[in-house]
Every structure is written in structure tokens, then in C-alpha cells.
Design a protein around this ligand. Structure first.
Ligand code: MLT
Length: 270
């Protein structure tokens, strides 16, 4: 509850969810802020949630690439500045969003109260990985963005999710179908050229929550374990029966972990 001295000489009290600490949610490739629907639905009592569509994705403009991870981190910083978000806040990124979150921390450590690294890794692309990005970009240019994004769909979630939750699979398909060609090609270049964040890990001096699906085949859980070992103040939550999208596949477990983390950082909601 906040209050202000009103011009008619009385103190007017008001509630504004924007007084909560902010939580920046950065989506993965080739998704959009819609991937954070269960978090936008259920975490609003705990944080002011800001979930941008990165350039080229969702409802943001389809800006021609190539993009860089630095540029994508700066886009997020600009948005939070524009919204006048109180600092420090929590930055959460999933997969490519995690690459951006680590860059955000390197560039704006004073703005970051804590980091949530979901379904992501610290390392850069291997030479084969870089060649794979170029191949995927060629495919997208020749056959359209969905040739790449559609190809990823069967690998994004746990086998159980495909069996048990066709609605979720359809929802993810809808989200990835909104990725523009510029977005897909631009972000593939950004991921290909990203730097190795491993040397950053030991220097992170805010609490870090690492969340990973136990059945993630795109980025194996060993990557999360390695980050956990290297980051001094970190906690690892491995979520069973979740693949690369644990926030959608097991939203309650994911949200509980985030709520605990926010409460540890900022104190419990009254
Ligand atoms: C993502 O989910 O953001 C991407 O799969 C990450 C990557 O390709 O490195």
C-alpha cells in the first residue's frame, strides 16, 4: 500500500501492483512472451512481471538481422527503463533467454537482484553448432521460418508431454508460428556468435535459481549441473517429466520454485 499527499489536502492511499519488485521474463527461441502465460497468470501477486517479445518475435516488429545477444539484452534494458521499473529486479531467461539474461547481468549488474536461468547453458556454440545455425538460417530463408521452428517442435518437450497434453503442444505450435523470418534468422546469428559465459559464472554475486527439465534433450541437465557448480550462490531445481519448456510443462513446480526464490530475495508477501 502506498500513499500520496493529494492536492485537496488529504492523504490518498492506493494499491498498485507496480510497487512489487519486477521480474523480467525473457523468452526462448523461436517463441514469444506468450510462453510465459502460466507465469503471467500466477505470479502477479509476487512480482511486477514484464515479459517482452524480443525483436522479430511475437507482436514485436520484424526487424531485419543479424541480431546480437548484446542488442537483445539492451532491448530489454531499454524497455525496463521506459517503464520506469524500480531496480534492482530479477531477470529470468529460458534457453536463448538465459543467454540474454547472462549478458544482461554482465552489462547491468547494478540492476539485477537475482537471476533465474531456465533450460539454458553457459557455453558458446561449438564449431558444429555454429554450422548448424547457418544451415538452419539457410533453410529458413529458402523455405520459411516455420521450416526451422516446426522442425524444433517435436524436440521441445518431454515425451510424456506429447502423449498427455496435446493442447499444450498445439499452444506451443501457435506461439512458434508467430516468429518472423527476420526474427528466426536474426536470432540464429545472435546465438551462433554469442560469447562463452562460463568465465562469468564464478563472478555472479547475486542469488541464482537454475531450473531445468529432467527430460530436456535440446540442452541436457548436465549443463544446469555445471552452472550450479560454478555459480557461488545458486540453487538447482530439476523438474521431472519436463523437457525444454519446464515453465509450460510443469507450471506449478516451476512457479513454486520462482515464488520461493522471490520470497527469499524480497521477503514474503503479506
Ligand atoms: C532456445 O530454446 O532458445 C534455443 O533452442 C537455444 C539454442 O538453440 O541454443
Amino acid at each position: 500500500m502506498m500513499s500520496e499527499e493529494h492536492e485537496d489536502d488529504f492523504v490518498m492511499a492506493f494499491q498498485d501492483s507496480c510497487d512489487k519488485p519486477a521480474l523480467l521474463l525473457i523468452h526462448g527461441f523461436p517463441l514469444s512472451s506468450s510462453m510465459w502465460t502460466p507465469q503471467l497468470d500466477d505470479l502477479g501477486d509476487y512480482a511486477r512481471i514484464i515479459a517482452p517479445d524480443l525483436r522479430g518475435f511475437g507482436n514485436s516488429d520484424s526487424v531485419p538481422g543479424p541480431y546480437t545477444i548484446t542488442q537483445l539484452a539492451d532491448d530489454c534494458a531499454d524497455l525496463l527503463g521506459y517503464l520506469n521499473v524500480a531496480t534492482p529486479f530479477v531477470v529470468c531467461g529460458l534457453s536463448m533467454g538465459g543467454y540474454i539474461a547472462l549478458e544482461f547481468y554482465r552489462r547491468y549488474p547494478e540492476h539485477v537482484a537475482g537471476l533465474i536461468l531456465a533450460a539454458t547453458r553457459a557455453g558458446a556454440d561449438s564449431p558444429e553448432g555454429k554450422a548448424g545455425r547457418d544451415k538452419a538460417a539457410e533453410l529458413a530463408k529458402n523455405e520459411g521460418a516455420t521450416a526451422v521452428s516446426g522442425g524444433m517442435l517435436p524436440k521441445m518437450m518431454a515425451a510424456k508431454t506429447y502423449e498427455n497434453d496435446p493442447e499444450l503442444v498445439e499452444f506451443v505450435q501457435e506461439i512458434i508460428s508467430t516468429a518472423s523470418l527476420n526474427g528466426v534468422v536474426g536470432a540464429l546469428a545472435a546465438m551462433r556468435d554469442r560469447i562463452d559465459s562460463t568465465p562469468t559464472l564464478g563472478d555472479i554475486d547475486v542469488p541464482v535459481l537454475i531450473i531445468h527439465g529432467a527430460d530436456d534433450t535440446l540442452i541436457p541437465p548436465t549443463e544446469a549441473e555445471a552452472m550450479h557448480k560454478a555459480i557461488p550462490d545458486s540453487e538447482l531445481v530439476l523438474i521431472p517429466e519436463a523437457g525444454h519448456l519446464p515453465n509450460l510443462e510443469q507450471p506449478d513446480v516451476f512457479n513454486d520454485a520462482v515464488i520461493d526464490f522471490l520470497e527469499e530475495l524480497f521477503g514474503e508477501e503479506e
